[in-house]
Design a protein around this ligand. Structure first.
Ligand code: IVH
Length: 660
């Protein structure tokens, strides 16, 4: 009997895996959904009768029973890199010339679509999926294995290609299909919850769910494109074919060319065709095919020289402004937002666009009823680029739309602020800020949970988080035993944040992430920082007179009281190691504008890893201002203060040299 059952279980699993692959990876099912369901139900039934025969890699085990709690941080075996960008034909031709100058004239390029999703690393050991991790900052990501196991196009077991070692890694993109995204947002709105801004955010949110069943319900998709080590593959094309042969979902829209003309042609063809895809693309990734040539070309800072993202410009559409509404942020700043007649831009419905501040509303001439052109690019907030019939004269409300408090504009700033410190909107945002990822990072404290905690008068400031009891959490809507327990545990675990994150989470006026880290690195301990005078603060990179005044004022006033309350409930910020010495010790960098091959946090981390400092504002203490595209006022200030200004290429040379 048991032998029969075992055999049947094996057959069913094998068949289901095959049909999942045909359906989810190749989009070409051979059987109907009903036939598939019959196989699945038979398997599940047999396993229920024989729980001792259930295996971890059975197709029924995609969702494990346990909810994982917070995500563990995991270090990538090799960094997950970024790509350099080319924005037009001229730039892609220049890249082609640089490639040929190194490897000679015989080059084949592989063109792949640049999926606007989130990068994912999958580790297989002994043919089993053992770990899935997000990209994070490129060096460390988050372990999201339980969630990624629920994605039907990710094989749980594979037969490795001949020549692959026991453990290997596959990388690619996870994305939220556009139709699924629209469906999810309709559901969110119906439930009175905030809609996701774009498919990419929704995808990131879905992969970071604490309950894998939610991830499973979102129908995320994948495309894989990297195999490390490459085993028998000698080229990128081999890699893509090898991945496909092992059962991964590989994008069929790819091609090889021996001239850059072919690449340019592929790029322009997909400019139109991309609207028929079920996902966003923000360009074409061009890769040198041969692995030998890739090796010869090597890397610059955090991106390979053998690949480049050939980007598309942001997409635009016309619509009408139905209303202009003000939102109140953490510091009381009012941000006007245009509510738009819904319009589809690049496959996604846009309903809102930020207008930033009163001055910008009037410079553009935005008014209720205006016909405007809006634009959406990848994961940035939709923007109003122009107005057909501009009319100046829009005014900020004189009273806060949330609490009715007084609204003032503090010259010379352009922002208007609600100055009521008890304004509920500000309170909500301050709590959310403390718990946010760059700050103390308490997963699971989203807006809806915070709003409930505020409404029940359970929390007023972050110190109240640490007084919450299990019973109080259990009383919240949508909280069951398990979720309450998880949140409770995460709250307890968050009592020992790194000093820099803690300082950032306090929301000291003018102090962003970079400055908070510099303060932590310079003072090392909270006590030393609290007792520092303005003169000592001024000695910190990136801190100018007005910021020094704000910081000291903050510690003497309500900020100091908040810290005392946090200490009282047992919060203990961890002392910060002084920056380790390195080749860039004593050098301070400020980044401005958009960098091409690396994101700003990555560039700042790179500087810190080599012993240097990254500041947010330019002062006479700055050694280098690294100017990317569309650099603004910081660049002017650098010129005025005669600080060295370098471009991204020069920055990368500097980094390359410091590493030698
Ligand atoms: S290759 C070393 N191929 O774009 C190069 N990346 O801007 C590794 N991306 O972080 C990337 N589609 O998340 C590559 N077909 C594709 C891609 C792709 C999307 C993303 C990837 C990467 C980012 C770089």
């Amino acid at each position: 009997m048991s032998a029969y059952v075992q055999k049947r279980l094996g057959e069913l699993r094998e068949q289901i895996r095959r049909h999942e692959y045909l359906y989810f990876a190749l989009d070409s099912p051979e059987i109907t959904d009903a036939q598939f369901d019959a196989l699945y139900l038979e398997l599940r039934g047999l396993e229920e009768e024989h729980p001792e025969l259930v295996t971890a890699d059975s197709p029924t085990q995609r969702v494990g029973g346990e909810i994982s709690g917070q995500f563990a941080k995991v270090r990538h075996r090799s960094p997950m890199l970024s790509l350099q960008n080319a924005f037009d034909e001229e730039e892609i031709r220049a890249w082609d010339r640089r490639v040929r100058a190194v490897v000679g004239d015989q080059v084949t390029y592989v063109c792949e679509l640049k999926i606007d999703g989130l990068a994912m690393s999958l580790t297989y050991a002994g043919g089993q999926l053992t770990r899935a991790a997000t990209r994070g900052d490129g060096m460390t990501g988050e372990d999201v294995t339980a969630n990624v196991r629920t994605l039907r196009s990710v094989p749980l077991t594979v037969r490795p290609l001949d020549g692959l070692p026991e453990t290997f890694e596959v990388r690619g993109e996870v994305y939220f299909p556009l139709a699924e995204f629209e469906k999810l947002n309709r559901e969110m709105e119906a439930a009175g919850r905030p809609a996701f801004m774009n498919p990419r955010n929704a995808g990131a949110g879905s992969v970071r769910q604490l309950d894998p069943r939610i991830t499973a319900s979102r129908n995320l998709q994948t495309f894989m494109y990297t195999l490390d080590p490459a085993g028998p593959a000698r080229s990128q094309w081999d890699v893509l074919e090898g991945l496909q042969a092992m059962g991964f979902r590989v994008n069929p829209n790819r091609a090889r060319f021996e001239s850059i003309e072919g690449v340019i042609d592929f790029h322009s063809q997909w400019h139109e065709r991309r609207h028929h895809l079920d996902h966003d693309i923000d360009g074409v990734v061009v890769k040198v095919d041969s692995h030998d040539q890739q090796l010869e070309l090597g890397f610059v800072a955090r991106s390979p020289r053998w690949a480049i993202a050939f980007k598309y410009a942001a997409e635009q559409a016309e619509t009408v402004v139905e209303d202009i509404v003000c939102y109140v942020g953490r510091t009381g700043v009012l941000t006007p937002v245009a509510h738009l007649r819904p319009v589809v831009v690049a496959g996604v419905t846009i309903r809102n666009a930020s207008l930033h501040n009163e001055q910008l509303v009037n410079e553009k001439g935005v008014h209720v009823g205006a016909t405007v052109t809006v634009q959406r690019a990848g994961d940035v907030i939709p923007e109003v680029v122009s107005v057909r019939d501009p009319q100046p004269g829009w005014r900020m409300p004189a009273r806060c739309p949330v609490c009715g408090g007084e609204v003032v504009r503090e010259e010379p700033y352009v922002a208007h602020r609600c100055i009521n410190p008890f304004c509920p909107a500000q309170r909500l945002e301050r709590l959310r800020h403390y718990a946010s990822r760059g700050a103390v990072d308490i997963d699971g404290l989203g807006y809806s949970t915070l709003q409930q905690l505020i409404d029940r008068e359970l929390v007023k400031d972050p110190s109240d988080f640490y007084r919450l009891t299990m019973d109080q959490l259990l009383g919240l809507e949508r909280f069951a035993e398990k979720s309450a327990e998880n949140l409770y545990k995460r709250l307890q675990d968050s009592r020992t944040p790194q000093l820099g994150r803690f300082l950032y989470g306090l929301g000291i006026p003018q102090v962003g992430e970079a400055t908070a880290n510099l303060l932590a690195a310079d003072f090392g301990q909270l006590d030393r920082l609290r007792s520092a005078g303005e003169a000592e603060l001024l000695a910190v990179e990136g801190v100018g007179p007005s910021m020094a005044r704000e910081i000291s004022h903050f510690f003497q006033g309500h900020g100091g009281e908040l810290i005392d309350r946090l200490l009282e409930v047992g919060v203990r910020p961890q002392e910060s190691a002084r920056t380790a010495p390195g080749p860039l010790s004593g050098k301070t960098f400020v980044f401005t504008g958009t960098l091409g091959g690396i994101t700003r946090p990555e560039a700042e981390e790179l500087v810190r890893s080599l012993g240097g400092k990254a500041a947010s504002g330019v002062s006479s203490k700055t050694d280098y201002v690294v100017a990317g595209e569309a650099a603004g006022s910081k660049l002017e200030k650098a010129h005025r203060l005669k600080v060295s200004v370098i471009d991204e290429a020069a920055f990368q040379r500097l980094i390359d040299e410091s590493r030698r």
